[in-house]
Design a protein. Structure first.
Length: 402
């Protein structure tokens, strides 16, 4: 036999640095140390990203632990398990043998288990005269016991990262909503200034959010959005103070009389999951058919990111998300209110979701929405074909969706 290698039933296997490291780690176990194996396994699942192990490797480790007879890992009870590949495969939900061997090697490379090979490379145990296990060959769980404190620290860090990511998501959602409302005030009040550049900067920041953002992705984005929110709020506050100093009672009264109370429909979406009782203007029929909310969300998954707390659970949530998206895409409130009046509030919100999904291919979201509204007035537009096209683009079977 060559130096630095051992023979197994599958041929010659080289002694790797990971195997040596696992054997050295197992010697560092503190005297009398013990840990509950399933509690440690739960910590491992939480810390898998820090340890660089996959779900499949964890399934194999779960199977290995199931062969350990005690609930507590301890040197006093022995730390060697010696199941055959067939037994392991059965407890790993029928995993193929080649896949099983690959994930066993991954666990060794990660320093979570160590091999203790017999002279012929097989796994077995010799019993003493009184029936107790004497010498065993197989996989040693000693590295798990030796690294239990480290694993629990990784799990605690993973939980802290999860909470931090949740907090950043909440800050992002609130900040994005605040900026959208502030820009609404600017657009409706037709205030002077380079607000188009502000809208474009806002849109660029929001579009740069990854589909599955991490802490490193969200931290600078949240900071940039909070700075933008403060800048917009300060400019509006300065403008409001100037108007307060230069205004007079006649101007104030005329402004109140000329304001449009029906614009509240956009800021106060109807609650609940039922379709609105408000009748849309224009031809009634296929053009005003309300599609199931679930179908809309499958066709337009991007809109979910703009709902309350980053989710859409009801039509009201979709309408709130549509208002945020409307502002982000530079669609004037009047254009969206007209769409609500013609199509109905549900279909108008769904149309905004479709426009968001295709934003990269649409030059002017506001002009596009006005065009759809004009066609809907004439009975020449239905959301159906648009939703079906988006479903196909997202890989859904439109026959089962229709």
């Amino acid at each position: 036999m060559e130096s630095g290698s051992v023979t197994t039933p599958f041929g010659r296997r080289s002694m790797t640095l990971a195997m040596l490291a696992g054997q050295f780690i197992s010697r560092e176990i503190e005297p009398g140390k013990s840990v509950e194996k399933w509690k440690l396994f739960r910590s491992l699942c939480a810390a898998k990203r820090h340890l660089g192990i996959s779900d499949r490797a964890l399934a194999v480790l779960n199977a290995l632990l199931s062969f350990y007879p005690e609930n507590t890992l301890s040197e006093e009870t022995g730390l060697i398990v010696f199941p055959s590949n067939l037994q392991l495969s059965l407890r790993a939900h029928g995993m193929a043998e080649a896949t099983l061997r690959r994930h066993l090697a991954a666990l060794v490379d990660a320093g979570l288990v160590a091999r203790k090979d017999s002279p012929n490379g097989k796994r077995y145990a010799r019993k003493t005269r009184d029936g107790a296990i004497g010498t065993a060959f197989g996989f040693s769980l000693a590295p798990l016991l030796a690294r239990s404190t480290e694993i629990e620290q990784f799990a605690a860090k993973a939980e802290a990262d999860r909470l931090e990511l949740q907090r950043l998501r909440e800050r992002l959602t609130l900040c994005r909503r605040d900026i959208a409302k502030l820009i609404d005030v600017v657009v409706e009040g037709e205030l002077p200034g380079d607000w188009a550049a502000v809208q474009e900067h806002f849109r660029t920041l929001v579009q740069s959010i990854p589909r599955a953002p991490g802490i490193d992705d969200l931290t600078p984005l949240v900071e940039a959005l909070e700075i933008l929110r403060e800048q917009v709020a300060n400019r509006l506050q300065t403008r409001a103070k100037r108007q307060e100093l230069s205004g007079n009672p006649d101007q104030t009264e005329r402004h109140i009389q000329e304001s449009k109370p029906e614009s509240i429909i956009e800021l106060e979406p109807r609650s609940g999951n039922e379709p609105s009782k408000r009748q849309p203007i224009g031809p009634v029929g296929e053009a005003n058919r309300i599609f199931p909310l679930g179908l809309v969300l499958k066709a337009c998954p991007e809109i979910v990111n703009y709902g309350p707390d980053g989710t859409v659970r009801s039509w009201r949530d979709l309408m709130i998300a549509a208002v945020t998206v409307r502002s982000m895409l530079g669609v004037y409130p009047s254009a969206y209110q007209e769409a609500c009046a013609v199509m109905g509030t549900e279909n108008a919100a769904a149309a905004m979701a479709c426009i968001l999904e295709r934003a990269g291919h649409i030059n002017s979201a506001g002009g596009y929405l006005r065009d759809l509204t004009a066609k809907a007035k004439q009975g020449r537009f239905s959301l159906g074909p648009m939703l079906m096209a988006l479903l196909r683009a997202n890989g859904f079977d439109v026959r089962s969706a229709s």
